[in-house]
Write a protein that binds this ligand. Sequence first.
Ligand code: NCD
Length: 304
Amino acid sequence: MRSINDIRDLTVDEINELIRLACDIIDHPEKYSEKCRGKKLATLFFEPSTRTRLSFEAAMYELGGNVLGFSEAQSSSAAKGESVADTARTVGCYADIIAMRHPKEGAPFVASQHAGVPVINAGDGGHNHPTQTLADLLTIYREKGGFENLTVGLCGDLKFGRTVHSLINALARYSNVRFVLISPEELKVPSYVKKDVIQKNGLPYVQTTDLEAAIPELDILYMTRVQRERFFNEEDYLRLKDSYILDPKKLVDAKEDLCIMHPLPRVNEISVAIDKDPRACYFKQVLNGKYMRMALMLKLLELA
Ligand code: NCD
């Protein structure tokens, strides 16, 4: 039984296979509509979510399976003081696979040690978010045809943004990827990402605070929300929250085939005026996330 805590728990070949499978699901959904008949997914969400939880649930329903779970810690026995290990062991008695989101880094890993069924990390604190990365990778694949030779700009809260950490880990394994890390000084990527992933792999990168100056060279622009819930004080959040707001003026010198991404939810980072620009890909990411979660659950349940 296999769990996914980190995007690196999947090899590059396995990721490519999941992308192929997701594309086949998109083209032939009827082939997959009964694959999980009799299977149950438990969604254990100790933190707020719209897309991740609902796409996991939609994915399981579209595979013919069922869903149980909770969407806030307060409605589970965690509110009575139960440990993650005991909750996981309990839910493993009821479900065939678990998707867990938790504010504590490493909580889904702990769950995977006790559940007895596969556990998928659906976001752990400011650490990782591997299934958002699968959604991001399918989007990049469908827009760009692959992952090589890309200049990828990551903008916003690179310190607490778990989607950024997982995406860097994933793209670092492809060749000739160049990163432009755009953030305020206080929200730079943590050193366990910069030193242990980017520098260790010898990947070219620049760090800057200037979004506008960086835009013309980018193939991908990945905007992120300032992660209010990870801040120690509201004052710092208020000072930093609108550091970057992408609007049509800033795109004047952007490439014609720029791919604008955002894991969502957006607050102010992308003006709604950009939504109708053909380069806006963030709602494509939303849909791609469901297909990649279908593919991942089929793999972990050994049904594909
Ligand atoms: C992200 C998350 O939860 O990390 N959302 C998501 O899952 N699509 C990004 C965010 O909350 O800013």
